[in-house]
Design a protein around this ligand. Structure first.
Ligand SMILES: [Zn+2]
Length: 262
């Protein structure tokens, strides 16, 4: 089944980072050899099929945050399973890319096909911790009065970093910065996601706020409070004076990691 009209997927993952299971309706099952837009060829080429649903709990990779993974299971017919390996968004439509485990969904009644989304918990929570951790660093730097402006965040567990335009004062040591970050984490400050109705696009703009720090625009998934982060380990503060950039590399040592390493 292929519907050629553009569909806007409702992004249900915004409502609750911790909601990992829900039902949805299938709108399209697309063979990956025929992507609906040539721009999607690189994304589709590594997978065998893509599913479009009316709404999704799966976070599509972007905004410095990696993709969610999991399964989409037919609840109507055979219980057929689609393994979600990558999720991507293009022009408002979210594509769940992967492959059917054994057999495809029964295509004959695809328009009314109801499925259950199961988002992989470990990946979701690791990504949320990493993203919220990056925002803790943004917040601390922003409130410091240093001549640094947030530039970008790469919240991937393997090699996470945040970048700023401007140079962190030499007088601030990595250890001192680490101590400030540790204080925010141990204060168990709430991480709030605030939605504001957009004026132009008709949609919503989203902001994340750590405690009483200044808000940052963000479309990612976040933990409820800094206490859920575990520890943000500042790996390196690189002052690249030639580029006028400070790059702060970090890693998340989750509560379970720190328990198991003791
Ligand atoms: Zn963000």
């Amino acid at each position: 089944m292929t519907i050629t009209t553009t569909t806007t997927t409702v992004l249900s993952y915004f409502e609750d980072t911790y909601k990992l299971v829900d039902q949805a309706k299938v709108l399209q099952i697309i063979d990956s050899s025929s992507p609906p837009d040539p721009a999607l060829i690189p994304l589709f080429s590594k997978h065998s099929a893509a599913l479009v649903l009316d709404h999704t709990l799966f976070y599509p990779q972007g905004g410095g945050q990696p993709t969610d993974t999991g399964t989409i299971v037919s609840s109507c017919h055979s219980g057929a399973v689609f393994n979600v390996r990558h999720v991507g968004s293009h022009k408002g439509t979210v594509y769940h890319l992967g492959s059917f485990a054994d057999q495809p969904f029964d295509d004959s009644s695809a328009e009314s096909l109801v499925v259950q989304m199961n988002v992989d918990k470990e990946t979701r929570l690791a990504n949320a911790r990493c993203h919220s951790g990056g925002h803790v660093i943004f917040s601390v730097v922003k409130s410091s009065g240093w001549p640094m402006v947030e530039k970008k965040g790469h919240h991937f567990a393997d090699g996470a970093y945040v970048e700023f335009e401007g140079i962190m004062p030499e007088a601030v040591s990595k250890e001192e910065f680490q101590k400030t970050i540790d204080d925010v984490v141990s204060a168990d400050m709430p991480v709030s996601v605030i939605a504001v109705d957009g004026q132009d696009e008709g949609g919503q703009r989203r902001f994340v706020q750590v405690g009483d720090f200044e808000q940052n625009a963000c479309g990612g998934t976040h933990v409820r409070s800094t206490g859920e982060l575990g520890r943000i380990v500042i790996k390196k503060v690189a002052r690249r004076k030639g580029q006028n950039v400070t790059k702060i590399s970090y890693a998340i040592e989750s509560n379970s990691d720190s328990l198991s390493s003791q």
